[in-house]
Design a binder for this molecule. Structure first.
Ligand SMILES: Nc1ncnc2c1ncn2[C@@H]1O[C@H](COP(=O)(O)OP(=O)(O)OP(=O)(O)O)[C@@H](O)[C@H]1O
Ligand SMILES: [Mg+2]
Length: 488
């Protein structure tokens, strides 16, 4: 038996036939999913009620002695909207399967079916479940943040204030928005906030990656298909646009959309109707469309890879997210927020970032932008042993940036110099700047200089002694040669 990962989704299988339960168990386990089985409706409903977090997916037979799959479906709907239900049905009971869809089943599958067919439908249902869960989490987060301004959802750097205002404005309209920016710069994050701030917030927010699937499948992902529309289309599918009815669709990596689909998408935008694959009927859709890309779309338009008319349609409002290195003012706040989040996630006591860590983080260039910072904080939180993250918990590329050497005019004069004196002078200057900046708080000044409090105290005393010695010495010379300082 294969071991599932600790965070593997747990699927509840409900069927009175032991043979089928076993087949499904094996099939799902092969996907790396965990499986729980119930032989009838009653124990299934028990399991549904007691399980926390809720099952993401229930696959249930419809006709069973003692209680039907409909009861399981109702219990699942009552438990959580994260729980998706697929009903299995014999051909003769397709009518009830359709009723199940009306009652909120994710999909149905007609017996006999192959394991592969079921896996396709089940994977999609699980995806839907995680989207619902994610939306919930975000809503909860936004809920606690509500008193803050939208700007706070993006960051404190002045560059982001403009973007926050733009998102706020765009949220009140239903025009398309094109979000551009390097990989990991927060395009999807911005799109979600836009949706959450809009009057569509209570309807779904769906994301589809336009580069992830071959053209034929992509069309059905977007617009849905009829049962039997193509080989493998064992059940009808709604498609993203109809799933998001009343809500928002984010077309991620829109630059990857094949030209043929660009034409179809343009029609959807103009006519607000979709035609499912294999269907001759168009269906009205009401969705707000957002598009994101890290490609240079203008360049793609120029070279004919992207249709100009579609580009104009999408680019009504443009949000350009800067790379993280151009909003360094946000690094500190983001890092602290993330480390707090990961500490909580890993069940650790609150974690602090040392001053040296913050300095290195602020100096780094982040080719992977916010996602890279997030990964770094996750790794640091996982590695941390004490309650402070030190440089040793950061990847070498970042920790290697320290010490960031301040520019010291290190030019050796022709006549040579007194090295100890030059060093002492540099030391004094940097220490007095640090003290000035921290309002005389020596502990903070020590952190800023990357030395211990004791070391700072020692150095100050040493320089003080030198000064008084110097002042005692004759004042005939305007400059006094400092005594070589004693070794620490
Ligand atoms: N302002 C922010 N505050 C906190 N976390 C953020 C912020 N912006 C982005 N993130 C986080 O950074 C990660 C990357 O963001 P997101 O997925 O939105 O980037 P993207 O631009 O869509 O990336 P890609 O181009 O790779 O698809 C996500 O985990 C997201 O939660
Ligand atoms: Mg993205």
């Amino acid at each position: 038996m294969t071991e599932e990962a600790a965070d593997a989704p747990v699927v509840l299988v409900v069927d009175d036939e032991p043979g089928l339960r076993e087949v499904l168990q094996i099939t799902f386990r092969r996907q790396g999913w965990a499986v729980e089985c119930a032989p009838a409706a009653a124990p299934a409903i028990e399991a549904l009620k007691s399980r926390d977090p809720p099952f993401p997916l229930v696959v249930t037979d419809l006709v069973m002695p003692g209680g039907s799959g409909m009861d399981v479906l109702k219990a699942a709907r009552a438990r959580s909207d994260q729980t998706q239900v697929i009903v299995m049905t014999a051909f003769s009971t397709v009518e009830s399967a359709i009723e199940a869809m009306r009652q909120g089943a994710y999909d149905f599958i007609t017996k006999p079916f192959s394991p592969a067919e079921l896996v396709v439908v089940a994977s999609k249902a699980l995806e839907k479940s995680s989207i619902v869960a994610e939306n919930k989490l975000l809503k909860a987060r936004l809920g606690t943040m509500r008193p803050q301004r939208t700007a706070d959802l993006f960051g404190q750097d002045p560059v982001m204030h403009r973007i926050a205002t733009l998102v706020e404005k765009a949220a009140t309209t239903r025009t398309t928005v094109l979000i551009t920016g390097d990989s990991g710069s927060g395009k999807e994050h911005a799109a979600r906030i836009l949706h959450e701030l809009s009057n569509r917030a209570s309807a779904p927010f769906c994301v589809i990656n336009c580069g992830a699937l071959p053209e034929a499948l992509m069309e059905s992902e977007l617009f849905g298909h009829e049962k039997g529309a193509f080989t493998g289309a064992v059940t009808a599918a709604l498609g993203m646009f109809r799933q998001a009815q009343g809500g928002t669709v984010l077309l991620d990596e829109v630059g990857e959309l094949p030209l043929a689909l660009q034409v179809k998408l343009l029609r959807v935008l103009q006519e607000r109707k979709v035609r499912p694959v294999g269907s001759s009927v168009e269906v009205d859709v009401d969705v707000r469309l957002l598009a994101a890309t890290n490609r240079d779309v203008e360049d793609d338009v120029e070279t004919g890879r992207f249709r100009k008319d579609l580009y104009y349609r999408l680019n009504v409002i443009r949000i350009e997210l800067p790379p993280l290195r151009e909003r360094r003012g946000d690094i500190r706040g983001l890092a602290q927020e993330m480390i707090a989040r990961f500490a909580e996630e890993f069940d650790k006591s609150p974690l602090r970032l040392s001053a040296a860590v913050l300095r290195s983080l602020e100096a780094y260039d982040y080719p992977g932008n916010i996602r890279e910072l997030e990964n770094m904080m996750e790794r640091a939180a996982a590695l941390a042993t004490g309650d402070e993250i030190g440089l040793e918990d950061l990847p070498d590329v970042v920790s290697g940036l320290t010490p960031s050497l301040p520019p010291v005019a290190a030019i050796l004069p022709d006549e040579g110099c007194d090295l100890d004196r030059v060093l002492a002078q540099t030391e004094r200057r940097l220490m007095s700047q640090a003290l000035e900046r921290t309002g005389g708080v020596r502990k903070a000044a020590a952190e800023l200089l990357g030395i211990t409090f004791r070391s700072l105290r020692y150095r100050l005393a040493k320089l003080d002694m030198e000064r008084s010695r110097r002042e005692e010495a004759s004042e005939e010379a305007s400059e006094v040669t400092a005594e070589p300082p004693t070794e620490e």
